[in-house]
Design a protein around this ligand. Structure first.
Ligand code: NDP
Length: 292
């Protein structure tokens, strides 16, 4: 058996087109253009690429994207003052501070400073708490994207056993909350989990978010399972640089029912969900119900 490929690029393009359509409607009917402020401190090359992609895709989706590039030596107080200003700016509906921040800035303090209603990354403790209470909130973009891929791939998630490998605050933990809300039975695993392979063998859904190239092997997978690979690892093989996931794709594709490729799986969904969160935040600011 060969798994069907879950085409994250195509799903993300559809989601972006929907955001664009809804943004046009908001502008026409309410004179409201969703605005996303993206803050980058320093000149980390990977962060620079992420920010440029986000700005470009936001503009293409009809959002106003406002870029704030600050030098590495920016003080914590200066960054907090900018966030305060963005919190009070009615043209800004979403605020994204690109992580990681330089070491002299306290990341947690910065995340706490963003108004929860504009926290399109879904990292503020208020939004984290609402998600864990099963309440409507701004959902972290990567797990949100994974959820949309699963809903599009499987007829129903109810009662399925989902095993998540990795318990980070940005992927694993919010993923577990989302899947619980979908009535999955959820197992959240991590580096101290005993006999991980055996735990994964019981899964109908496997989500790998670890940061270890090809950790999840073919003989860990229940035949027909749906496998979502969040991992992005840069490796050099035979002198060539490659991006590989946390799943041994060539093995798992022979066993699973469906699988996301890396690249082209979860990655494109993450930015598309950021745009959707900005749209949701803009609607929320005016009490407008977002049509589906
Ligand atoms: P973190 O480093 O924050 O967390 C990794 C998690 O994996 C930890 O919970 C850790 O356990 C666990 N882990 C590490 N080694 C093992 C092991 N051998 N067996 C089981 N669990 C293990 O990573 P992130 O969640 O931020 O990212 C995970 C991956 O996803 C990375 O490759 C990252 O690049 C990618 N990513 C991709 C995104 C996208 O848009 N596609 C977005 C965000 C991340 P413990 O807690 O015990 O240390």
């Amino acid at each position: 058996m060969t798994a069907s490929l879950i085409d994250g690029k195509a799903h993300a393009a559809k989601l972006r087109a929907d955001v664009r359509h809804q943004a046009t409607r908001l502008l026409q009917e309410y004179g409201l253009q969703p605005g996303l402020a993206i803050v980058l401190v320093g000149s980390d090359p990977a962060s620079d690429v992420y920010v440029r992609n986000k700005v470009r895709q936001a503009a293409e989706a009809g959002l106003a994207s406002l870029e704030h590039r600050l030098p590495t030596e920016t003080s914590e107080a200066e960054l907090l003052a900018l966030i305060e200003q963005l919190n009070g700016d009615p043209a800004v509906h979403g605020i994204l501070v690109q992580l990681p921040l330089p070491a002299h800035i306290n990341e947690s303090k910065v995340i706490h400073a963003i108004a929860p209603s504009k926290d399109v990354d879904g990292f503020h403790p208020i939004n984290v708490g609402q998600l864990s209470a099963g309440q409507e909130t701004l959902i972290p973009c990567t797990p949100y994207g994974v959820l949309l891929l699963l809903r599009n791939t499987l007829p129903s998630l109810e009662g399925l056993h989902a095993v998540i490998v990795g318990r980070s605050n940005i992927v694993g933990k919010p993923m577990a909350q989302l899947l619980l809300s979908e009535h999955c039975t959820v197992t959240l695993t991590h580096s101290r989990t005993r006999n991980l392979a055996n735990v994964v063998r019981g899964a109908d859904i496997v989500i790998a978010a670890v940061g270890k190239p090809r950790l999840v092997r073919g003989d860990w997978i229940k035949p027909g399972a749906c496998v979502i690979d969040v991992g992005i690892n840069r490796v050099v093989e035979n002198g060539e640089p490659y991006l590989v996931g946390d799943v041994a794709f060539n093995e798992v594709v022979e066993i699973a029912g469906a699988i996301t490729p890396v690249p082209g799986g979860v990655g494109p969904m993450t930015i598309a969900c950021l745009l959707r969160n900005t749209l949701i935040a803009a609607c929320g600011s005016r009490g407008i119900t977002l049509s589906n």
